[in-house]
Ligand binder design. Structure first.
Ligand SMILES: Nc1ncnc2c1ncn2[C@@H]1O[C@H](COP(=O)(O)OP(=O)(O)O)[C@@H](O)[C@H]1O
Ligand SMILES: [Mg+2]
Length: 226
């Protein structure tokens, strides 16, 4: 079969990584050392060997890295790159949610709240409680909620796991904040990751769906954003 990339363009370590059999491999290498080239060539190799592009998941941290990866894969496999699950953590997760989120009550037309939407909402909730905005700065409250969501803690779990005055007030605001998001059919950035995890944990039907093919993806994860 003709190959869209040349093994000659890879050093021995890169060749080894690109040609390694299916299954997890971990590559640690510095910025500019050729990691993205390895990932793009490996994707290309897998597709040429017959893997369905939609069974390949490639996630990056930044939009810039995702764009670059897509362009480089497209150069090698052309239109077939369209069907790859390739994007940032957030874009891949929101795509999953738009397709399958209804299984956990998420409307496919949800809007994404950005930082200023979140700040407006949280300021309103702080004001409603007549809290002193020196001790309860919107940014600090929002960060605390965000950290809870990063730990995948629901409001109930958060309240149970924290102590202290500030945390107890945040424990009251967190469920109200979520309620307001729901009422606006909105998710914040943390919700996107949290809901995708919950969806995949709770719904075996989604997890094992062949068209979504996230049941046994071939994981390719760059070790740095470089
Ligand atoms: N084996 C190689 N020989 C020559 N140039 C390479 C090789 N591997 C990568 N490059 C080039 O080096 C630059 C950095 O590679 P890249 O894969 O983007 O690195 P990283 O993702 O680790 O930052 C790119 O221009 C890439 O085309
Ligand atoms: Mg890179």
């Amino acid at each position: 079969m003709s190959s869209s990339f040349s093994l000659d363009s890879l050093n021995p370590q890169q060749q080894q990584a690109v040609m390694a059999p299916a299954g997890p491999i971990k590559i640690l290498a510095g910025a500019g050392s050729g990691k993205t080239r390895v990932i793009t060539c490996r994707i290309s190799r897998l597709v040429e060997e017959g893997a369905a592009p939609y069974r390949i998941l490639a996630v990056t941290f930044t939009n810039k890295a995702a764009r670059e990866m897509r362009e480089r894969v497209e150069e090698m496999i052309g239109d077939r790159a369209k069907d790859l699950w390739l994007g940032t953590f957030h874009s891949v997760c929101s795509r999953i949610l738009r397709i399958e989120g209804h299984a956990i009550g998420i409307d496919r037309n949800f809007v994404v709240y950005d930082d200023s939407d979140q700040m407006t909402l949280i300021k309103g909730l702080i004001k409603k409680r007549n809290l002193d905005d020196k001790s309860f700065q919107p940014r600090a409250v929002l960060n605390e909620i965000s950290r809870a969501k990063e730990r995948l803690e629901t409001p109930e779990q958060y309240s149970r796991s924290t102590a202290g005055y500030f945390e107890s007030i945040v424990g009251d605001i967190y469920p109200e904040y979520n309620k307001a998001l729901r009422a606006a059919n909105a998710l914040d950035f943390d919700d996107i990751l949290m809901a995708a995890v919950r969806l995949l944990q709770e719904s075996e039907a989604v997890r094992t769906k062949p068209t979504l093919s996230i049941s046994s993806p071939i994981f390719l994860r760059a070790s740095t954003a470089a």
